[in-house]
Design a protein around this ligand. Sequence first.
Ligand code: SF4
Length: 616
Amino acid sequence: MLDIDNLQVEIDAEAGLVRAIDGLKLAIERGETFALVGESGCGKSMTALALMRLLPEAGYVAGGDITIGHGRDAIDVLGLPESQMRGVRGGRIAMIFQEPSTSLNPVMKIGQQIVEAIEAHTELRGSAARAKAIDWLKRVGIPEPERRIDEYPFRMSGGQKQRVMIAIALAAEPDFLVADEPTTALDVTIQAQILDLLKDLQREQRMGMLLITHDLAVVSGMAQRVALMYAGQIIEVAPAAEFFAAPKHPYARALLRALPGGERRDGPLEAIAGTVPPLTQRFAGCRFAPRCSQAMAHCATTLPALDEVAPRHQVRCLLYAPGATAPLAAAAAPSAAAVTATPAPAGRGAPLLEVQDLRVRFAIRGGVLQRPKGWFDAVGGVSFQVAQGETLALVGESGCGKTTTGKAIVQLLRRIATIEGSALLEGRDLFAMQGAELLAARRQVQIIFQDPFASLNPRMRVAEILDEGLAALQPDLDASERGRRIERLTDQVGLRRDALSRYPHEFSGGQRQRIAIARALAVQPRLIVCDEPTSALDVSVQAQILNLLRELQRELGVSYLFITHNIGVVEYIADRVAVMRAGRIEEQGACADVLARPTREYTRTLLAAVPRLQSA
Ligand code: SF4
């Protein structure tokens, strides 16, 4: 169905020539789902864009071939004139993107957008095309399709918009579908529905599908074969079941061990040291060598080839090169990071925070004068406790009120919302505090956000960022004492001292989250609200941050209110869990109890929708 041979993609960037894809080779059969996985920047999305001939302006294909179909039907994608490529794109190959909101035309009714695709790529016209569009809306599960076909995208939820995108992509009955992170922006229950829908439609249409994702659990439930990319190259390709049961490449093995989950609670996650090398350099040896726990002397000077280790299973690693000695024994050795086991978190102490019947309402404003027209109850009466040294996870789908709850406790909503109920920090109500008492309480409760870049002032150096909060919330400390504390903090969160004189944009996502953690810790808080602190990070970086948070908890006895939608993270880090839905807590209790024996139907549905690694 699709044959990519020795694809080379380069990007003319400010930093120099980036070899984003270097010698990629893969073949996908009719009816097969082939997953391309890897961490950000590894080249997987660039592969999809090259395939669609939609590379960014500075990017170009420097070599290789892409063929769709075979025999007389075969199309040489890279050789086609753009006028013919327009017919292929959306016709024989269709693509679904991650963010449906930005992919749909906001000023066109959804029906028009589907009809446009049908008329461009099939014989149907006018009312026949409209009838077909209604049929597609029905097939992708949009209720009342006859009425909703004339709605604009803004009237639809995120999941419905993604269904419409799928309808547009499949309306032209393509031979091949490229799905680039098709469910990453969706909640788990919607994700499960969309993945089931894609599976069904693919089976019906006998399409080939290239599924691009960073979520290994999604892959294990969807794909027949998997290719793992690292630094612009495929480093392992195998049948999915084999890949998840017994990955061979040291990076693949480390990546699977870096995934959080209940079975790993007793020790640190395997964090892969270092970062992906810049692709502006020419490589003399293995690209993973500086981070590989099994690297040998010649790994830095010998380029590994993609060697066959079993039928349909290839690995790019010198441990498996023909003639290598005892590769499997070496590959089985655990890495240094996995050996240094540390005990589980401190567990439950005396109550630190007691939230009672918390209600948060926002005014709905309208008209020229923005007068209040009504109220929106974001949180409708929640109660929970967080003990000293404990982690309570607050889970639920987007819009359930978990972030609003966290922000209310950190006092970020005082001026913009009506807050009722109480939040007692060691017996004193945070919501009733004023003046000096409030200032002292602000020190005790800190927050870490999902996007560390957006939460750090880009015009301040790291030292100034850390000093700002310290000077405001602990005016009793003089400059030299603050300086000493800031240096200690950089050590604690694993940053080098020279980081202090640099700006946030000079750091990777994981390092920026370390800066945000250091800023929260600077004022020695008792409680940190962690609002999805790892959801924007790659698996290996997530492992580093989760390890760091657990270490700090053990050292400093700090408590966490951990807001997340990732159940694997909850299983790994939380002592207790509270499940939220529509502004209320559905159920709460010890992590092991709620996750293993949920008593509420909603919790059961939520847990059932979470994709799991099926063969690990
Ligand atoms: Fe590690 Fe060497 Fe294999 Fe690269 S070639 S993954 S450095 S063992």
